[in-house]
Every structure is written in C-alpha cells, then in structure tokens.
Design a protein around this ligand. Structure first.
Ligand code: NAD
Ligand code: IPM
Ligand code: MN
Length: 353
C-alpha cells in the first residue's frame, strides 16, 4: 500500500472548522483503497503566534518539507489587530511557505455548479481555471519606505518578474489549456506596467508558437473584471501575475457561487517540494467558531490534492459528491441552514453510499 505523508495546518478562525470536514471527506474518498494518509498536524497561525511568539520557525519549515503534500485551512487574525503587526502572518507564514516551497503555480479553478447561488442572472456555463503566478510579482516584498510616518514618506513596492519565473508558469498554463478547451487568456496591465507587461507578453508569444492548437487572447486586468461578470463563459485558462490573480480569483469565487466554494492548489510542478492545498478564502473571523462556514472550498481542495497525487478517480468522486450536494441546495435547504459539520457529513455520506 502507498503511504502519503500529509502535513495538516488547520490554522485560525474557520480554518480548523473547514479542515475537520475536509479530513472526513479525504478518509471517505480513500476508504478501501490501498492509499493511506500519514498525517502530521502543525499548529501555525495567529493563535500560535499570540501564545508563543513564533510565526514559522526553521524547524517547522524543515518538518513540513519532509511531507508529500500540505492541507491548509486558513491563517490570520482580525485584519488590523495591533498584536499581530510584528507576526505578519500573511508574509511570515503563508507567503513564506509558498516561496520556500517554490509554489510557482497557484491553481484556482472557477466552476459554476448547477444549483450554486451565483449572483449573475444568466451566467451560462462557467468553467475556467486561473493560473496565478505564486512566487514573484509585488508579493516578493522588494521595496521599502523612507521618512516613514512623516509628510514626506516615500513608500515603494517593486514587482519582481523574471524571465525564468514567467516562462515556467506560462508553460504550465499552456499545457493545462491543451488538456482543456484550448483557450488561454493572458491578463496583465501592459498599457501601464510596460516593463513587466512586455516580458509577460513576449514570453506568452514565444511559448504560444509551441502550442499552435491553443488560441491566445489578451485582456487588461480592468477589462478582465468586466468580462468575468458579463461573460465568464469566455474564459478557459487565465494566466496572470500574483497580485492580479489574487484579485481576480476572489471575484471568480463570488461569480461562481461564493467564496465558500473556491478551492486552490499551490503547486510545485517539479515535485521538488510538497504542494499545498487550501481554500481561497481566509480565516473569516466574523463567523469563526459558529459552525457557519461553508466547508465546500476546503473539500474541493481535497479533490485538487487527490488529483495532484495521481488519484484521479478518487478526486472525481469527491467532485461529484460536492456537485450532488450543491445541486440539492435549494430554497428548501439553503446552505445557510446547515452547519459546517452538516455540510461535511452530507458530502461524506454521498461518498459512502
Ligand atoms: P476572508 O476570506 O476570511 O473573509 C471574507 C468574507 O467572506 C467574510 O465575510 C467571511 O465571513 C466570508 N467567508 C470566508 N470564507 C467563508 C466560508 N467558507 N463560508 C462562508 N463565508 C465565508 O477574508 P478577510 O476577512 O479579508 O481576511 C480574514 C483573515 O484571513 C485576514 O487575517 C487575512 O489576511 C486572512 N487570509 C488568509 C488566507 C489564507 O490563509 N489563505 C486567505 C485570505 C485571507
Ligand atoms: C490568498 C490570500 C493571500 C494572498 C494573503 C492572505 C497573503 O488573499 O490566498 O488569496 O494574497 O495570496
Ligand atoms: Mn486572496
């Protein structure tokens, strides 16, 4: 039998609540198969920082690296909590993991399941994937400020874009497009960000010559937000930089039934480091501890994890169980009427049936 070493980081807020349901689904989806998950729990996040002063120690990082994959709930406290200023959970923990584990593909599928409560009156079929670059862009933290706190403060964040970094993510996106509907849209802001923009455009143009079957299209990011709302069906694979991808995928989540359904994978395609699977949403302090969170995003992240591990049929079973659950969410039984655990149990029961 195959053993997969899985690092589990439940995190803060609703993180532990949705991860508990994801773990139930993982167990049910692989019951009776010859695959076994050897899980290690890592208590990381705002709560750990407040208790111990640690954000992510080198020992934590080394221990996580020794795993085959990572499942993460969400980390972070109430935005603006002054006690967390020095911890910088987002940079020191989440982004550090993405950077150190070289998660250069941040894969964020957006699919409108029948019955999902989307805000659009007539969206048509929506099924696209955002391939968000995960290790560069303005997220690198290059920059700084001088004369801080004065009327003459100068604050800079530099967006880092390397030919190597852009090419590898663009190549991944083309490969994905070739396996899907063969349409790729580059989203950037080349009319203003002329340096990074021309690098992205040049690389897409070069890689495109090796994928003649993929139709390539370009949109400025502001226009892309229009089409995500007015005609989301026009997209198949979107490839974009780290910050644009962050913003577009919250919008994509909203358009496809809410952030409670949006899953993601932080992928290291080379397999040099463990990939990490997590819902797109955060720790939602406003609803934490009340069993109000929808665990579906975390559960769909399990499907992405299984797919990544080469367990396509198990992944498909999870997706179909979610699809059936969403299809059954009606005015009579709205998601809001069920607790986090009730949704997780219902999806688990479909896998056991
Ligand atoms: P958020 O995603 O946590 O919440 C935004 C809104 O969506 C809130 O109203 C919340 O209640 C709702 N929501 C989120 N997930 C939901 C779910 N599963 N079911 C139902 N409703 C859901 O974003 P935020 O408020 O900007 O951030 C809160 C904290 O989380 C911050 O510290 C932030 O930095 C952090 N964060 C972490 C991650 C991560 O760990 N990957 C991602 C985003 C934000
Ligand atoms: C996400 C989050 C993170 C990001 C934050 C918490 C650093 O918003 O996973 O989308 O910006 O990538
Ligand atoms: Mn985000």
């Amino acid at each position: 039998s195959r053993v997969v070493k899985l690092a589990v980081i439940p995190g803060d807020g609703i993180g532990p609540e949705v991860i508990a349901e994801a773990e139930k689904v993982l167990a049910a989806a692989t019951a009776g198969s010859d695959i076994r998950f050897d899980k290690t729990r890592f208590e990381l996040g705002a709560a750990r920082y407040l208790a111990t002063g640690d954000t992510l120690t080198d020992d934590d990082l080394d221990a996580i690296k020794a795993h085959d994959a990572i499942l993460l709930g969400a980390v972070g406290g109430v935005p603006g909590d002054p006690r967390l200023k020095d911890a910088n959970i987002e940079r020191g923990l989440l982004l550090r993991l993405r950077f150190e584990l070289d998660h250069y593909v941040n894969l964020r599928p957006a699919r409108l399941y029948p019955g999902a409560p989307g805000p659009l009156a007539d969206p048509g079929a929506v099924d696209f994937v955002v391939v968000r670059e995960g290790t560069e862009g303005p997220y690198v933290g290059n920059g700084g400020s001088i004369r801080r706190g004065t009327a003459h403060e100068v604050a800079n964040e530099t967006s880092v874009n390397t030919a190597f970094g852009v090419e590898r993510v663009v190549r991944y996106a083309f490969d994905l497009a070739r396996r899907r509907d063969r349409r790729l849209t580059l989203v950037h802001k080349t009319n203003v960000l002329v340096n990074a923009g021309s690098l992205w455009q040049r690389v897409v143009g070069e890689v495109a010559t090796q994928y003649p079957e993929v139709a390539v299209d370009y949109l400025h990011v502001d226009a892309a937000t229009i089409f995500l709302v007015t005609n989301p069906g026009r997209f198949d694979v979107i490839v974009t930089d780290n910050l644009f991808g962050d913003i577009l995928t919250d919008l994509a989540g909203a358009v496809t039934g809410g952030i409670g359904l949006a899953a993601s994978g932080n992928i290291n395609p080379d397999g040099a480091f463990p990939s990490m699977f997590e819902p797109v949403h955060g720790s939602a302090p406003d609803i934490a501890g009340q069993q109000k969170a929808d665990p579906t995003a975390a559960i769909l992240s399990i499907a992405l994890l299984l797919d990544h591990l080469g367990l396509a049929s198990e992944a498909g079973r999870v997706t179909r169980a979610v699809e059936a659950d969403i299809g059954a969410r009606s005015a009579a039984a709205p998601a809001a009427g069920r607790t986090t655990a009730q949704i997780g149990d219902a999806i688990t029961a479909r896998l056991q049936a």
